[in-house]
Design a binder for this molecule. Structure first.
Ligand code: 5AD
Ligand code: FES
Length: 349
């Protein structure tokens, strides 16, 4: 699909054409990755962060949030719970937290790999090549890092760099790929300042970089952040602003499935936050094949507030497990078995 075609789909107001898009995306999903929905247990191991991303509630400037970092024993207990729930993967996510040292993290990864059959996905921000290499060596399988937007001017406007450091996530994907990680990436939809051209370019990049996993979700304003205070776009808007809506999220998911037929595509928590009743189901029916049930212990959930009113804040890991399975079965799909490795790689192997 060309960028112009992608932009046309993003902008069409024709409901019958959209129905056609949903059907086509669902058919491409079924043919390429089947009816299984893979469950990845999401464990938010620390909400400490040194960065100042202008949309995120965990930014260092936000003193309203109580900070926590899980212990190794707490993480191990959750990993064993993931196995008991039948999950094939545990995703260890945190802010960019240098209290998570290279060696401590490597030790935790080694223990999970030694004591469980789980695939380990890391989502720990922009860390050094040495850290990535040590974690891969310890057995980590996948790394998640969204590029958020491919518009460099917008990217820079919402991601103040650390002093002396230049943020180049595309360079990091190259390093991660060389190290043998499966790579997940993605974007936010409706960032203030993001145009339809930007979004079409993002989807084109999904196709070019051929990620193993692609997660997209709506931007949700957080009142304790600069972008959440309705100050308008952080750059001069160079076209029509993309809405941060549920409807736009489905369009992006469906188009992502069309251009990356074998990618793993989650129906994200941000989407579920906009439509608690049906967001996950509709995401799975419009291109998605992955869900990420929350595994984080109850006492920490509310503190991992990257955006407000996040889905599942009041539920336990056990409730999320049953809820997800129920939703999958209700739409005639099946819970995936095994680790749910990248279908892209299975074919390449
Ligand atoms: N709204 C929606 N998504 C957000 N993220 C961070 N802050 C927000 C927000 N306010 C997303 C980013 C990040 C992922 C972990 O969460 O895309 O990569
Ligand atoms: Fe957590 Fe539904 S997935 S309550």
């Amino acid at each position: 699909m060309t960028r112009d075609e992608i932009r046309d789909w993003l902008k069409t107001g024709d409901e019958s054409r959209l129905e056609e898009l949903w059907l086509r995306a669902d058919e491409v999903r079924r043919r390429n990755v089947g009816d299984e929905v893979h469950l990845r247990g999401l464990l938010e191991i620390s909400n400490c962060c040194v960065r100042s991303c202008r949309y995120c509630g965990l930014r260092v400037e936000n003193s309203e949030v109580g900070r926590y970092r899980m212990t190794e024993e707490e993480i191990m207990a959750c990993a064993h719970q993931a196995v008991a729930f039948g999950y094939g993967t545990v995703v260890l996510q945190a802010g960019e937290d240098y209290g998570i040292s290279r060696d401590w993290m490597a030790g935790v990864i080694r223990r999970i790999k030694g004591e469980t059959p789980l695939a380990v996905t890391l989502s720990l921000g922009e860390r050094s090549d040495e850290e990535f290499a040590a974690w891969r060596d310890a057995g980590a399988d996948r790394y998640l890092l969204r590029f958020e937007t491919s518009n460099r001017v917008l990217y820079d406007a919402i991601h103040p760099p650390l002093p002396g450091r230049h943020s180049d996530r595309f360079a990091l994907f190259h390093t991660l790929k060389e190290l043998g990680f499966e790579i997940g990436s993605g974007i936010m939809i409706g960032i203030p300042g993001q145009t339809y051209d930007d979004l079409a370019a993002d989807i084109e990049i999904f196709q070019i970089l051929d990620f193993d996993m692609i997660g997209v979700g709506p931007f949700i304003p957080h009142p304790a952040t600069p972008l959440g205070r309705a100050e308008g776009a952080p750059i001069t808007l160079a076209g029509e602003q993309v809405p941060n809506s549920e409807a736009m999220t489905y369009r992006v998911m469906a188009l992502t499935r069309m251009v990356c037929p074998r990618a793993n595509i989650p129906a994200t928590s941000a989407l579920a936050t906009l439509n608690l009743a049906q967001g996950r189901e509709l995401g799975l029916m419009r291109g998605g094949n992955v869900l990420m049930p929350n595994l984080t212990p109850q006492q920490y959930r509310a503190q991992y507030e990257i955006y407000p009113a996040k889905a599942c804040i009041d539920e336990t890991a056990h409730q999320c497990r049953s809820c997800m399975a129920g939703r999958i079965n209700a739409i005639g799909r099946t819970v995936g078995s095994g680790r749910g490795d990248s279908p892209r790689r299975k074919r390449a192997a």
